[in-house]
Design a protein around this ligand. Structure first.
Ligand SMILES: [Cu+2]
Length: 128
């Protein structure tokens, strides 16, 4: 009786595991660092996308960027030299804007409320 129960539990695990595997094969994880949908940054735990990633953008090509605030406190997203400023985003709020530059170079993005932890680099490079 106990052996039957164990067998049923094991079979269930195998079925669920294979369904999960098949699902992953059919829906591969999308690399959305940079595609036609633009850049997506989540403000959470006083960080942008956990690592404050370096953002790469081509010169003279407008890039869509969306900031979503998943924290309970307010955040904003600012790049002073490129005149980008989302204003304060409250919990659950998002904002989409565009970044475009005719100049090459490195710029800093940051949250004005948490500038020590929420700060990263944006690089404008020549079109490839
Ligand atoms: Cu912030």
């Amino acid at each position: 009786m106990l052996n039957n129960l164990i067998a049923i539990v094991v079979i269930c695990f195998i079925i669920v595991g294979s369904l999960w595997g098949i699902g992953n094969l059919l829906n591969p994880v999308e690399d959305n660092r940079k595609n036609s949908e633009g850049i997506f940054l989540i403000a959470e735990n006083n960080l942008f996308n956990v690592t404050n990633p370096t953002l790469l953008i081509n010169r003279d090509v407008p890039e869509k960027i969306t900031i979503l605030n998943k924290d309970f406190v307010r955040h904003d997203f600012i790049i002073d030299d490129l005149n980008v400023n989302t204003g304060y985003l409250y919990s659950g709020q998002d904002f989409t804007t565009a970044i475009a530059s005719r100049e090459l170079g490195e710029f800093e993005y940051f949250c004005s409320l948490h500038p020590t932890t929420m700060r990263g680099k944006l690089i404008i490079s020549e079109n490839k």
